[in-house]
Write a protein that binds this ligand. Structure first.
Ligand SMILES: NC(=O)c1ccc[n+]([C@@H]2O[C@H](COP(=O)([O-])OP(=O)(O)OC[C@H]3O[C@@H](n4cnc5c(N)ncnc54)[C@H](O)[C@@H]3O)[C@@H](O)[C@H]2O)c1
Length: 390
């Protein structure tokens, strides 16, 4: 191992602890090391056996003693190494054979973005639970088919948007309602600055059909914003979206998305990826809601001021909410799926803006709710993003 790799491992241990860092390193190197744990009930399947499945989904499922049944990846090496590490019973040669031959409780989908919807629909048609990593869909046509499948399945659906499950966001909500004496529905100011991964030009995230970095990355903070707006009370209706591009040749990198609402909310999301952050993605989130002010430093620390009261919290290991998100099918807490439907429509509208280098667009939450209803009952016939956004 080279000197900077050793420094990186040591730095990751200080952020994530030894066991998660080992899972990340072993996942990257695909070392021939397996875990040994007693497993109980709820057999799961995994589609897409890349780094996130290895070092996050299976890591947290394994810690909770969930039974690994079968996995599939178009790259057999990835599937075999994940199966070896977590002692899966079976490596499938397709999702279809997995669904036909195995008795599964939940299927986790962590493949490339473009494939999430179609895999999820196949699982839902079997009335099984599905956990879809973000994004749940990369265009409106996919979303429409997915929402119809969700509405007509007995299987439950979960999404991998994890920030709302983070310790800092949960504590913020608790402190704001507990001690904050917030008057009814004050406007939010939410500012997210993300130092993101530098993504190579030939990385699969860059393939146009994968939905750009808006679907790949920005969706997280769009979803977090929708979650906070919904937590506060009834949604605003009109959102005015503004996008600033630092370089129109790379429109989904180094951009700022600003959203203001007719309830006077102000949301700004800046994605900066001009170099690779040594410690991985790093986020600074500032929130103000009435007399409650919060500074979240990379989901490792948070300070909250409520008038003269100062509350400081530390989160070690770094808590982005992955564990609780991954455990939704088995845990006590699940996201309100409607939030995810809405945040996905908003994300797709912003993706569309970016693909057309648009700078301003209006998005109606009431119209979006109507679109979601028509998608669920299958009568959504190509309602265009323009209709939503113009
Ligand atoms: N929630 C989070 O914080 C977070 C963080 C990182 C990644 N993710 C998500 O996890 C998913 C996987 O990302 P990753 O970082 O592991 O990427 P990765 O490139 O390491 O893994 C993707 C895997 O999918 C496989 N794959 C590609 N096409 C496939 C297909 N058609 N069918 C089955 N498998 C296929 C690839 O062979 C690869 O093994 C993505 O949706 C990504 O957005 C979420």
């Amino acid at each position: 191992m080279q000197k900077d790799q050793i420094r990186k491992v040591l730095r990751f241990i200080s952020i994530y602890g030894i066991s998660r860092t080992l899972a990340k390193v072993i996942g990257r190197l695909r070392l021939n090391v397996s875990v040994s744990r007693r497993k109980h009930g709820h057999p799961v399947g995994v589609i897409g056996c890349g780094q996130f499945a290895y070092s996050t989904i299976c890591y947290f499922l394994n810690k909770s003693g969930i039974m690994f049944d079968s996995c599939f990846d178009i790259d057999g090496g990835q599937a075999n190494s994940l199966a070896h590490r977590y002692k899966f019973k079976h490596v499938a040669d397709s999702l279809a054979t997995m669904l036909e031959q195995r008795d599964l409780h939940t299927v986790y989908i962590a493949s490339n973005h473009y494939t999430h919807t179609d895999y999820a629909i196949k699982v839902l048609k079997r009335n099984l639970n599905t956990y879809i990593e973000k994004p749940i869909s990369v265009d409106e046509e996919q979303l429409s088919r997915l929402l119809y499948a969700v509405a007509h399945s007995q299987g439950r659906v979960f999404a991998g948007y994890n920030r709302p499950f983070s310790g800092a966001i949960r504590d913020f909500k608790h402190l704001a309602t507990g001690k904050g004496k917030i008057n009814s529905e004050p406007p939010f100011t939410i500012s997210c600055y993300i130092s993101g991964h530098r993504i190579a030009e030939d990385h699969w995230y860059r393939d146009p059909k994968e939905g750009t970095r808006i679907c790949g990355n920005l969706g997280h903070w769009i979803d977090l914003s929708i979650h906070l707006l919904n937590w506060r009370g009834p949604y605003p209706d009109i959102l005015t979206i503004m996008v600033s591009y630092s370089n129109e040749k790379e429109p989904d990198d180094n951009i700022a998305v600003t959203i203001v609402s007719d309830k006077h909310d102000l949301i700004s999301i800046v994605l900066s990826s001009r170099s690779e952050p040594f410690e991985g993605i790093n986020e600074t989130i500032n929130i103000q809601l009435g007399n409650v002010i919060a500074k979240i430093d990379d989901f490792r620390r948070m300070a909250v001021w409520i008038d003269d009261i100062l509350v400081k919290r530390r989160y070690w290991p770094k808590d982005v909410g992955h564990k609780e998100a991954v455990m939704q099918p088995f845990g006590s807490e699940q996201r309100d799926w409607h939030e995810v439907e809405l945040s996905t429509l908003l994300m797709l509208s912003i993706k569309d803006m970016v693909q057309h280098r648009e700078t301003t667009r209006r998005f109606s939450i009431k119209e979006a709710a109507g679109t979601i209803l028509t998608m669920r009952n299958g009568s959504h016939c190509n309602a265009s993003l323009t209709r939503l956004g113009s």
